[in-house]
Design a protein around this ligand. Structure first.
Ligand code: DC
Length: 222
């Protein structure tokens, strides 16, 4: 990777519901860079696997990796298009969320998605995920790790799901978030963790505008 694109790469990592996508989208718009939500790729693999009745556990690693390799990704001006899939509510159901965090445990799936993610960010991007600052774009000039309490993340995810026309139950959402947190942190391949050179932000008491301006001023300072 050359130093020029890396200077235009902003990595935003954090657990489910920490605000990465909302923040990342706004930061990208302000900086004139594309926004890439890497979680969508894991969700797309999970959705296609569920639709085809493919087991989403590590037992079917090769099958899942082939699915991941064959995803056709296209970065459009306003969104990431995946294999003609409508990137909408179908990707955010509880079943797909759970399956996504399972397929994300499979090293062969991660290996298949890695070059595709790097290619998408080649000319600069704001990319959100779990391992962007540690594995996908280790040379990114700007790295942030967003965190918030489980209560706050459940509250935000609930609002986000309402916006997508879904009506999740708070207790079920909390269980889903805690299970995903555990799987994302404990998996052996690219676990969720703070990159040594990332700036960590606890967003419990910060609203969207405050997080966005804190990231923008840090990016513009350096
Ligand atoms: O950010 P999200 O909730 O849409 O991500 C869905 C799942 O994908 C999440 O449980 C973990 C996985 N994921 C990952 O392992 N690495 C990434 N860079 C992004 C997402």
């Amino acid at each position: 990777m050359t130093s020029l694109p890396a200077s235009q790469q902003v990595a935003i990592d954090g657990p489910a519901g920490s605000g990465k996508s909302a923040v990342g989208r706004r930061v990208a718009a302000e900086l004139g860079l594309p926004f890439i939500d890497s979680g969508i790729l894991y969700r797309a693999v999970a959705l296609v696997a569920l639709q085809r009745g493919t087991d989403t556990s590590t037992a079917k690693a090769d099958c899942l990796a082939r699915l991941a390799e064959r995803l056709r990704l296209e970065l459009l001006p306003d969104r990431l298009a995946i294999d003609g899939l409508e990137v909408g509510p179908a990707l955010y159901t509880p079943d797909v969320s759970e399956a996504a965090s399972r397929v994300a445990e499979v090293p062969q799936v991660r290996a298949a998605l890695l070059p595709q993610l790097r290619r998408l960010a080649r000319s600069g991007a704001v990319m959100a995920g779990r391992d962007i600052g540690t594995v996908v774009l280790p040379e990114a000039r700007h790295k942030f790790f967003l965190n918030a309490s489980v209560e706050e993340r459940v509250r935000r995810r609930q609002l986000q799901q309402h916006g997508r026309g879904l009506r999740p139950d708070a207790a079920a959402l909390r269980r889903e978030i805690e299970d995903r947190d555990r799987r994302d942190r404990e998996r052996s391949s690219s676990p969720l963790k703070v990159a040594h050179d990332a700036q960590a932000l606890n967003t419990d008491r910060l609203d969207l505008d405050q997080v966005v301006s804190s990231i923008l001023s840090s990016v513009r300072r350096s």
